[in-house]
Design a protein around this ligand. Structure first.
Ligand code: 9D3
Length: 290
């Protein structure tokens, strides 16, 4: 996969792309990332890339000329699938399904802004997909672009080893991960659950599945809607039946979530969401498609 990142701050990416899995993927030739400095495509000797907004107001607006020239300088190989993406708070929300979709492309072009906004003709004229990474205000599209690259590259085939292979992880199935432990068996009075030391692999698998389901229900009931999350949802529902629906006891089963975590995340889901999740659990087929 080829990835071109267009930015006014190429150096922001250097450390992120030069470490860990992104580094390895590039070394192995599975991914090649190029950083393009939009300023190199400005058309005047001051290397101007922004200007004051027509109609007045604070801040500066990214000019169309350098962005058009930078995007148009990127050659597309014949027959390749290329996705051109503008990182913007107004874009479609990025998620794991979006990452999977992008991982199927041969070539990504990511355009980052770092101002109040872009000249509207950039969206219009370059037919860019618009992507947001969430409902919070950042200073620019650079960190969102890094995040998109990170999420997509690990899905490119061959990037992760078999052992760490992406699709086995809980989040890909629409659930949170189960707890992990390593040695020592007791640390500062906190013990590893006996079941993990038991060597009973069937029991361990069931414990992990239940932990995933219970944690997802407690922390992210919004994930328990339909599709791949529905399997774990049924297992979480069993937990609730055993312990009393909606009571704190849901979390004080044999495999309870530590109370310190309940403090952090809230001891129960908001009532409306919980009943919504409950309604969907009884009839997963009625979940709204997302
Ligand atoms: C203060 C200016 N805002 C007026 C309501 C608009 C605004 C413009 C540019 C807010 C943030 C930014 C910079 N952010 C991004 O470029 C960005 C972003 C984000 O802020 N949040 C989530 N996803 C993204 S993708 C790009």
């Amino acid at each position: 996969m080829r990835i071109d990142v267009l930015t006014l701050f190429p150096r922001m990416f250097e450390g992120v792309f030069a470490e860990s899995i992104l580094k390895r993927a590039q070394e192995r030739g599975l991914v090649s990332v190029r950083l393009v400095d939009i300023r190199d495509y400005s058309e005047d000797r001051h290397r101007t890339v922004d200007d004051r907004p027509y109609g007045g107001g604070p801040g500066m607006v990214l000019k169309p000329e350098p962005v058009f020239k930078a995007v148009e300088s990127i050659p597309a190989a014949p027959g390749e699938v290329v996705r051109r993406i503008l990182l913007t708070p107004q874009g479609k929300r990025f998620d794991q399904a979006y990452a999977r979709d992008l991982a199927a492309a041969d070539h990504l072009v990511l355009v980052c802004g770092h101002y109040e906004g872009f000249d509207e003709r950039i969206r219009e004229g370059l037919s860019l997909e618009e992507v947001s990474i969430g409902d919070f205000v950042l200073t620019g599209g650079e960190i969102p672009a890094m995040l998109v690259v990170d999420a997509v590259v690990r899905l490119v085939s061959g990037v992760l080893g078999d052992a760490e292979s992406a699709e086995f992880e809980s989040f890909s199935r629409g659930q949170l991960d189960h707890p992990h432990y390593t040695r020592p068996p007791e640390f500062r009075g906190m013990r590893v659950p006996d079941i993990l030391l038991s060597g009973n692999h069937e029991e361990i698998r069931r414990w992990r599945e239940e932990q995933s389901a219970t944690r997802t229900l407690a922390r992210r009931p919004d994930l328990l809607v339909d599709g791949e999350g529905a399997a774990g949802m049924r297992s979480a529902e069993c937990e609730m039946r055993n312990c009393g629906r909606g009571s704190r006891a849901v979390f004080s089963s044999e495999f309870r979530v530590p109370s310190s975590e309940l403090e952090e995340w809230g001891s129960s889901p908001p009532p409306d969401r919980q009943s919504q999740a409950g309604a969907r659990m009884r009839d997963p087929g009625q979940g709204e498609p997302r």
